[in-house]
Design a protein around this ligand. Structure first.
Ligand SMILES: [Zn+2]
Length: 290
């Protein structure tokens, strides 16, 4: 993933800033296209959360095999290399599990089949937060277009997290076969190298070195030390925020605090609106909110 921001050379950290308390979820599921996407985008925040006990689960839609361009390494070998690198990076940050969907790298599409796979995973892990990229990002910088796989993974992730994972009549076979109850995450975090609509800036000064160590695990992708690039990007993200280094997100709250404390996202247990059945009443049924 190449550099996307012009480095800032006049960045001056604030000295009198009191950072807000960091929201730390009990669990987070991160859905991306390729090995190294998490490390470039949000591993600093994830490392902070892991230090506070957040259970982290990674989902890689592809195994990044197209990212290895060596005639001596075939596709299967490339998959094995990049998956091993991703597992090592996850271990650095403290993630508990890494799931590879092994969709074809470079050809990822936000299909209904992918959405269903992600619904199954969301219902299995029942995360408080789902993190993915920004599916609207195409022109990432004057010199770089966002990878189509990134957009595909992001749109599939958002569509799975809301509304599909919490809808009763969408995948009755998942409930029947897997016993996976409905789930609605508390919050969605969209991350990206360019985030003009960010509404959350996380101070990663204490974990930027962890982020760099995790990224170094992707040895097939990093030609040299990636830490200077990460520092420039994080400094750029922090501009005007009273921080030295930041990751930024667009956060959407799907479940309010009171309901989350009551349900932990379990929509199977919470019937939102009861409707009258046709055989029980001649009145037209009201519409259940979803
Ligand atoms: Zn990527």
């Amino acid at each position: 993933m190449p550099e996307l921001h012009t480095p800032t050379t006049d960045h001056t950290p604030a000295t009198d800033h009191t950072p807000p308390a960091l929201y730390t979820p009990e669990s987070a599921l991160i859905i991306v296209a390729h090995p190294d996407d998490i490390e470039y985008s949000c591993a600093g925040t994830l490392a902070l959360w892991a230090q506070q006990g957040t259970a982290l689960f990674y989902v890689l839609c592809t195994s990044g095999e197209a990212g290895i361009d060596d005639p001596e390494i075939d596709r299967a070998q490339a998959v094995a290399i990049r998956e091993a690198e991703q597992r090592a990076a996850a271990e650095v940050v403290g993630a508990r599990e890494v799931v590879f969907l092994r969709e074809p790298d470079g050809l990822l599409q936000p299909t209904l089949a992918l959405r269903k796979q992600l619904v199954r995973i969301i219902r299995r892990f029942r995360p408080e937060v789902v993190i993915t990229g920004d599916p609207t990002l195409i022109w990432a910088s004057p010199t770089f277009l966002n990878h189509p796989d990134h957009r595909a993974a992001s749109i599939a992730a958002l569509e799975a997290a809301w509304p599909a994972a919490g809808q009763r009549n969408l995948y009755p076979d998942l409930e029947a076969e897997d016993g996976l109850g409905l789930h609605r995450p508390r919050k969605l975090y969209c991350t990206g190298w360019v985030q003009p609509d960010a509404n959350l800036f996380v101070d990663i000064a204490t974990t930027l070195s962890v982020k760099a160590t995790a990224l170094r695990a992707h040895t097939s992708q990093t030609g040299g030390d990636p830490e200077p690039l990460l520092r420039r990007q994080a400094a750029h993200n922090a501009t005007g925020q009273g921080m030295e280094y930041a990751e930024c997100f667009r956060v959407t709250t799907l479940v309010d605090d009171a309901r989350w404390q009551r349900t932990k996202g379990d929509r199977t247990a919470e019937q939102i609106v009861r409707i009258s059945r046709p055989e029980q009443s001649t009145k037209a049924p009201s519409v259940a909110s979803s």
